[in-house]
Ligand binder design. Structure first.
Ligand code: PGA
Length: 255
Protein backbone atom coordinates (compact mmCIF):
# COMPACT_ATOMS: atom_id res chain seq x y z
CA UNK A 1 0.00 0.00 0.00
CA UNK A 2 1.10 3.51 -0.65
CA UNK A 3 2.13 5.59 2.33
CA UNK A 4 -0.48 8.35 2.40
CA UNK A 5 0.51 11.47 4.34
CA UNK A 6 -2.27 13.99 4.90
CA UNK A 7 -0.59 17.36 5.31
CA UNK A 8 -1.86 20.71 6.56
CA UNK A 9 -1.19 22.55 3.32
CA UNK A 10 0.82 22.69 0.13
CA UNK A 11 3.74 24.27 1.92
CA UNK A 12 4.11 21.29 4.25
CA UNK A 13 3.87 18.93 1.26
CA UNK A 14 6.55 20.98 -0.48
CA UNK A 15 8.84 20.76 2.54
CA UNK A 16 8.41 16.97 2.79
CA UNK A 17 8.93 16.50 -0.94
CA UNK A 18 12.06 18.66 -0.85
CA UNK A 19 13.32 16.63 2.11
CA UNK A 20 12.90 13.41 0.11
CA UNK A 21 14.92 14.88 -2.76
CA UNK A 22 17.59 16.24 -0.39
CA UNK A 23 17.95 12.85 1.34
CA UNK A 24 18.29 11.11 -2.02
CA UNK A 25 20.89 13.55 -3.35
CA UNK A 26 22.87 13.37 -0.09
CA UNK A 27 23.69 9.71 -0.74
CA UNK A 28 23.50 9.86 -4.52
CA UNK A 29 24.69 13.25 -5.82
CA UNK A 30 24.10 12.14 -9.42
CA UNK A 31 20.55 10.96 -8.75
CA UNK A 32 17.94 10.91 -11.50
CA UNK A 33 14.78 12.86 -10.73
CA UNK A 34 11.48 12.46 -12.55
CA UNK A 35 9.86 15.87 -12.73
CA UNK A 36 6.23 16.76 -13.36
CA UNK A 37 4.73 19.96 -14.69
CA UNK A 38 1.41 21.58 -13.72
CA UNK A 39 0.62 23.50 -10.55
CA UNK A 40 0.88 20.59 -8.12
CA UNK A 41 4.67 20.06 -7.89
CA UNK A 42 5.49 23.77 -7.58
CA UNK A 43 5.63 23.77 -3.74
CA UNK A 44 8.28 21.03 -3.91
CA UNK A 45 10.38 22.99 -6.41
CA UNK A 46 10.01 26.18 -4.33
CA UNK A 47 11.05 24.42 -1.12
CA UNK A 48 13.97 22.77 -2.90
CA UNK A 49 15.17 26.03 -4.42
CA UNK A 50 15.11 27.60 -0.95
CA UNK A 51 17.50 24.91 0.33
CA UNK A 52 20.18 25.93 -2.21
CA UNK A 53 21.47 22.37 -2.55
CA UNK A 54 24.15 21.53 -5.08
CA UNK A 55 22.08 19.72 -7.72
CA UNK A 56 24.55 20.26 -10.55
CA UNK A 57 25.15 16.50 -11.02
CA UNK A 58 21.48 15.55 -10.83
CA UNK A 59 19.69 14.50 -14.03
CA UNK A 60 16.01 15.13 -14.60
CA UNK A 61 13.45 13.58 -16.90
CA UNK A 62 10.10 15.24 -17.55
CA UNK A 63 6.98 13.10 -17.85
CA UNK A 64 5.41 14.57 -20.93
CA UNK A 65 5.14 17.28 -23.57
CA UNK A 66 2.52 18.66 -25.91
CA UNK A 67 2.76 17.71 -29.55
CA UNK A 68 2.28 20.50 -32.05
CA UNK A 69 3.62 23.41 -29.99
CA UNK A 70 7.01 24.89 -30.83
CA UNK A 71 9.44 23.64 -28.15
CA UNK A 72 10.15 27.26 -27.18
CA UNK A 73 6.48 28.27 -26.78
CA UNK A 74 5.93 29.51 -23.20
CA UNK A 75 3.38 26.70 -22.54
CA UNK A 76 5.59 23.90 -23.88
CA UNK A 77 6.89 21.65 -21.15
CA UNK A 78 10.41 22.30 -22.46
CA UNK A 79 9.85 25.94 -21.47
CA UNK A 80 7.97 25.14 -18.25
CA UNK A 81 10.67 22.75 -17.03
CA UNK A 82 13.41 25.27 -17.86
CA UNK A 83 11.54 28.04 -16.00
CA UNK A 84 10.24 26.12 -12.98
CA UNK A 85 12.84 23.40 -12.49
CA UNK A 86 16.17 23.75 -14.32
CA UNK A 87 16.81 27.42 -13.55
CA UNK A 88 15.53 27.75 -9.95
CA UNK A 89 17.13 24.46 -8.85
CA UNK A 90 20.42 25.10 -10.61
CA UNK A 91 20.33 21.91 -12.68
CA UNK A 92 22.71 21.45 -15.59
CA UNK A 93 20.52 21.98 -18.71
CA UNK A 94 22.51 19.25 -20.49
CA UNK A 95 21.21 16.74 -17.92
CA UNK A 96 17.55 17.77 -18.21
CA UNK A 97 15.42 15.77 -20.62
CA UNK A 98 11.93 16.46 -21.94
CA UNK A 99 10.30 14.11 -24.46
CA UNK A 100 9.29 15.11 -27.97
CA UNK A 101 12.60 16.01 -29.58
CA UNK A 102 13.59 14.82 -33.05
CA UNK A 103 11.33 12.89 -35.43
CA UNK A 104 8.03 12.28 -33.67
CA UNK A 105 7.68 8.66 -34.71
CA UNK A 106 11.00 7.86 -33.01
CA UNK A 107 10.64 10.17 -30.01
CA UNK A 108 9.04 7.62 -27.67
CA UNK A 109 11.68 4.96 -28.17
CA UNK A 110 14.48 7.53 -28.02
CA UNK A 111 13.18 8.77 -24.65
CA UNK A 112 12.98 5.24 -23.26
CA UNK A 113 16.59 4.71 -24.39
CA UNK A 114 17.72 7.93 -22.70
CA UNK A 115 15.97 6.88 -19.46
CA UNK A 116 17.67 3.48 -19.57
CA UNK A 117 21.07 4.98 -20.35
CA UNK A 118 20.73 7.31 -17.35
CA UNK A 119 20.13 4.31 -15.09
CA UNK A 120 16.42 4.93 -14.55
CA UNK A 121 14.57 7.38 -12.35
CA UNK A 122 15.31 7.31 -8.61
CA UNK A 123 12.47 9.56 -7.45
CA UNK A 124 9.48 10.37 -9.63
CA UNK A 125 7.35 13.38 -8.70
CA UNK A 126 3.76 13.04 -9.91
CA UNK A 127 0.55 15.05 -9.97
CA UNK A 128 -2.81 13.55 -10.86
CA UNK A 129 -5.39 14.89 -13.31
CA UNK A 130 -9.05 15.29 -12.41
CA UNK A 131 -9.70 12.37 -14.79
CA UNK A 132 -7.15 10.20 -12.95
CA UNK A 133 -4.29 10.58 -15.41
CA UNK A 134 -0.64 10.53 -14.35
CA UNK A 135 1.76 11.96 -16.87
CA UNK A 136 -0.62 12.36 -19.79
CA UNK A 137 -1.79 8.75 -19.58
CA UNK A 138 -5.49 9.27 -20.05
CA UNK A 139 -8.18 6.75 -19.03
CA UNK A 140 -7.82 3.60 -21.10
CA UNK A 141 -4.01 3.73 -21.13
CA UNK A 142 -2.30 0.35 -20.94
CA UNK A 143 -0.91 -0.28 -17.49
CA UNK A 144 2.26 -1.52 -19.24
CA UNK A 145 2.56 1.39 -21.69
CA UNK A 146 5.88 3.02 -22.54
CA UNK A 147 6.61 6.53 -23.84
CA UNK A 148 4.36 7.28 -26.81
CA UNK A 149 2.02 9.73 -28.48
CA UNK A 150 -1.44 10.06 -26.90
CA UNK A 151 -4.61 12.05 -27.51
CA UNK A 152 -5.64 14.34 -24.63
CA UNK A 153 -9.17 14.09 -23.27
CA UNK A 154 -11.40 17.15 -23.54
CA UNK A 155 -11.37 17.29 -19.73
CA UNK A 156 -7.57 17.57 -19.64
CA UNK A 157 -7.63 20.19 -22.39
CA UNK A 158 -10.17 22.22 -20.41
CA UNK A 159 -8.15 21.82 -17.19
CA UNK A 160 -5.03 23.08 -18.96
CA UNK A 161 -6.73 25.86 -20.93
CA UNK A 162 -5.80 28.26 -18.10
CA UNK A 163 -2.24 28.29 -19.47
CA UNK A 164 -3.41 29.26 -22.97
CA UNK A 165 -5.40 32.16 -24.43
CA UNK A 166 -8.27 29.85 -25.35
CA UNK A 167 -9.30 26.18 -25.26
CA UNK A 168 -8.76 25.97 -29.03
CA UNK A 169 -5.05 26.67 -28.54
CA UNK A 170 -4.54 23.67 -26.23
CA UNK A 171 -2.92 20.92 -28.30
CA UNK A 172 -4.90 17.72 -28.90
CA UNK A 173 -1.89 15.41 -28.83
CA UNK A 174 0.96 14.83 -26.45
CA UNK A 175 3.92 12.55 -25.85
CA UNK A 176 4.05 10.97 -22.42
CA UNK A 177 6.00 8.45 -20.43
CA UNK A 178 3.81 5.37 -20.17
CA UNK A 179 2.43 3.83 -17.01
CA UNK A 180 4.97 1.04 -17.43
CA UNK A 181 7.72 3.66 -17.69
CA UNK A 182 6.54 5.38 -14.51
CA UNK A 183 6.42 2.05 -12.65
CA UNK A 184 10.15 1.58 -13.33
CA UNK A 185 11.05 4.56 -11.14
CA UNK A 186 12.38 3.46 -7.74
CA UNK A 187 10.20 5.73 -5.63
CA UNK A 188 6.98 7.48 -6.61
CA UNK A 189 5.94 10.71 -4.90
CA UNK A 190 2.37 11.60 -5.82
CA UNK A 191 0.96 14.96 -4.73
CA UNK A 192 -2.61 16.23 -4.87
CA UNK A 193 -4.25 19.35 -3.48
CA UNK A 194 -7.81 20.63 -3.42
CA UNK A 195 -11.33 19.30 -3.60
CA UNK A 196 -11.14 18.92 -7.38
CA UNK A 197 -8.65 16.06 -7.01
CA UNK A 198 -10.50 14.19 -4.24
CA UNK A 199 -12.38 11.70 -6.45
CA UNK A 200 -9.41 10.95 -8.71
CA UNK A 201 -7.11 10.52 -5.73
CA UNK A 202 -9.45 8.16 -3.85
CA UNK A 203 -9.94 6.09 -7.01
CA UNK A 204 -6.18 5.94 -7.61
CA UNK A 205 -5.21 5.02 -4.05
CA UNK A 206 -8.13 2.87 -2.91
CA UNK A 207 -10.12 1.91 -6.00
CA UNK A 208 -9.60 -1.10 -8.24
CA UNK A 209 -6.42 -1.12 -10.34
CA UNK A 210 -7.81 -0.26 -13.72
CA UNK A 211 -6.97 1.49 -16.96
CA UNK A 212 -10.11 3.58 -16.25
CA UNK A 213 -8.09 5.34 -13.56
CA UNK A 214 -4.49 5.38 -14.81
CA UNK A 215 -3.24 6.68 -11.46
CA UNK A 216 -4.38 3.43 -9.83
CA UNK A 217 -1.28 1.81 -11.35
CA UNK A 218 0.64 3.19 -8.35
CA UNK A 219 -0.88 0.32 -6.36
CA UNK A 220 1.42 -2.04 -8.31
CA UNK A 221 4.54 -0.17 -7.14
CA UNK A 222 6.42 -1.23 -4.01
CA UNK A 223 7.39 2.28 -2.86
CA UNK A 224 4.88 5.09 -3.16
CA UNK A 225 4.45 8.20 -1.02
CA UNK A 226 1.25 10.20 -1.46
CA UNK A 227 1.22 13.77 -0.09
CA UNK A 228 -2.27 15.27 0.05
CA UNK A 229 -4.04 18.13 1.78
CA UNK A 230 -7.31 17.64 3.69
CA UNK A 231 -9.47 18.57 0.74
CA UNK A 232 -7.84 16.17 -1.72
CA UNK A 233 -7.97 13.50 1.02
CA UNK A 234 -11.67 14.08 1.71
CA UNK A 235 -12.90 10.98 -0.16
CA UNK A 236 -10.31 8.56 1.21
CA UNK A 237 -12.07 5.79 3.10
CA UNK A 238 -8.99 4.98 5.21
CA UNK A 239 -7.97 8.57 6.00
CA UNK A 240 -8.05 7.91 9.75
CA UNK A 241 -5.73 4.96 9.34
CA UNK A 242 -3.28 7.00 7.23
CA UNK A 243 -3.22 9.71 9.91
CA UNK A 244 -2.67 7.08 12.61
CA UNK A 245 0.09 5.35 10.65
CA UNK A 246 1.90 8.64 10.02
CA UNK A 247 1.57 9.72 13.66
CA UNK A 248 3.23 6.42 14.57
CA UNK A 249 5.80 6.36 11.77
CA UNK A 250 8.98 4.72 13.01
CA UNK A 251 11.87 7.20 13.17
CA UNK A 252 14.13 4.82 11.23
CA UNK A 253 11.76 4.71 8.26
CA UNK A 254 12.52 7.11 5.39
CA UNK A 255 9.78 9.05 3.65
P1 PGA B 1 -2.09 20.18 -12.05
O1 PGA B 1 -2.10 19.00 -13.11
O2 PGA B 1 -0.91 19.93 -11.17
O3 PGA B 1 -1.92 21.45 -12.82
O4 PGA B 1 -3.37 20.11 -11.31
C1 PGA B 1 -1.91 17.71 -12.65
C2 PGA B 1 -1.90 16.75 -13.83
O5 PGA B 1 -2.62 17.00 -14.81
O6 PGA B 1 -1.19 15.74 -13.77
Amino acid sequence: MAEVIIVADEEQAGALGAEAVAALVAWKPDAVLGVATGSTPLPVYRALAARSLDLSRVSAFALDEYVGLPLDAPQSYHSVIAREVTEPLGLDPARVHVPGEGPLEEAGEAYERDLRDAGGVDLQILGIGTDGHIGFNEPGSSLASLTRIKTLTEQTRRDNARFFRSLEEVPIHCITQGLGTILRARHLLLLAFGEGKADALAAAVEGPVSARVPGSVIQLHPRVTVLVDDRAASRLEYADYYRYAYANKPSWQPL
